[in-house]
Design a protein around this ligand. Structure first.
Ligand SMILES: Nc1ncnc2c1ncn2[C@@H]1O[C@H](COP(=O)(O)OP(=O)(O)OP(=O)(O)O)[C@@H](O)[C@H]1O
Length: 328
């Protein structure tokens, strides 16, 4: 029997089924489709301007490792004129982040990009291992999410970046859309579906998500076929339970209808056109550390205060109103 040909080029043998579209295609067409879609997102969503310094949030995991690879490649191929830097946050989790940072360092050498590492211990005086020792595993993701968001900003400011690029993918965003929908949190529902956030107010750097429409399964396939060097283990501290349910829901629904991931994001985008869902917040500077906040103290200082007092960690965590984790 003749080998099945790629439905895109009709020349090479099809060797994989594309997760997003179920098309049987060859490796080269997969690379092109994957890279072209990311380029389209960058162009259509106006993610970058020539001459900008971009701090790529590099964790050593699959998403940010592929992001570094693809941004470097597209920057050269399409002459975006970007100055790329890697910024890594060391949360202080032994047996997890130390190993993934080794992967970042190897990639830094391979791609010859400057790397800045900032750590929770240097910024806050606490590692995540110490925080979990003090408060247990419950609500530790809240601390980690708030600290990481700020730490990435600090690292990016240190290297003089104009923007931060992260490897949040379509599955991550669809998951967050579902969580915010189930909570009835419309301002967050709108914000989480935007490819650029955080540029309108305050002194937080704009964040861009070039993988907004890129499926996690395709990122894994790309990393595998390109033999990229990344660290594959999940965080040793359990993820937030509610997000776990949303994640499972997205995975189940993807099996039934792969387009549902991108359609979930598109649905959230439609809310943007409704003026009743917009929310204005006045931001000032934290009286303790100067980081932007709508309160007297920023979220990180409030959490740090709760760690250093005898206050129960849950009280500190709930005061911050932080609902996601991993900086989404
Ligand atoms: N410790 C870190 N240092 C720098 N950037 C980070 C760090 N952790 C997360 N990020 C950024 O935030 C993005 C989303 O992180 P998250 O941990 O939610 O997802 P992930 O799927 O595990 O990502 P990755 O596979 O890149 O680790 C990452 O792709 C990366 O750009």
């Amino acid at each position: 029997m003749a080998p099945k040909l790629c439905v895109l080029c009709a020349a090479s043998r099809a060797c994989l089924r594309r997760p997003k579209t179920s098309e049987a295609i060859c490796k080269e067409c997969f690379y092109s489709a994957f890279e072209d879609e990311i380029h389209e997102t960058i162009v259509n969503e106006n993610l970058f301007k020539p001459g900008e310094k971009i701090a790529v949030g590099a964790s050593g995991g699959k998403d940010s490792t592929v992001l570094v690879h693809v941004l470097k490649l597209l920057n050269e191929r399409y002459e975006y004129g970007l100055d790329l830097f890697l910024v890594s946050v060391d949360e202080g989790i032994k047996g997890y982040r130390d190993d993934s940072l080794d992967a970042v360092k190897r990639n830094q050498q391979e791609y010859e990009l400057p790397l800045k590492i900032v750590s929770y211990s240097e910024l806050y005086g606490w590692t995540m291992d110490q925080i979990v020792e003090k408060i247990g595993k419950k609500s530790n993701c809240t601390y980690c999410g708030v600290f990481r968001r700020q730490a990435l900003d600090r690292g990016a400011e240190y290297v003089g970046a104009d923007k931060i690029a992260t490897g949040h993918n379509a599955d991550d965003i669809a998951e967050t859309v579902i969580m915010n929908f189930l909570r009835g949190d419309f301002p967050r529902l709108i914000r989480c579906s935007e490819a650029i956030t955080g540029d309108s107010v305050g002194d937080s750097l704009p964040r861009v998500k070039p993988f907004k429409y890129t499926y996690e399964k395709e990122i894994v396939l790309y990393a595998h076929y390109k033999s990229l060097d990344y660290f594959a283990t999940e965080c040793i501290y359990s993820p937030e339970a509610f997000r776990g349910h949303a994640r499972q829901f997205i995975k189940d629904i993807e099996v039934a209808r792969a387009r549902s991931i991108v359609d979930t994001i598109r649905s959230a985008e439609k809310f943007r056109t409704d003026p009743r869902t917009s929310s204005e917040q006045t931001l000032g500077a934290c009286v303790n550390c100067g980081y932007m906040t709508s309160q007297k103290l920023c979220k990180a200082c409030l959490l740090k205060q709760s760690l250093e007092s005898d206050q129960k960690p849950d009280q500190g965590a709930s005061q911050t109103k932080e609902r996601g984790y991993h900086g989404r």
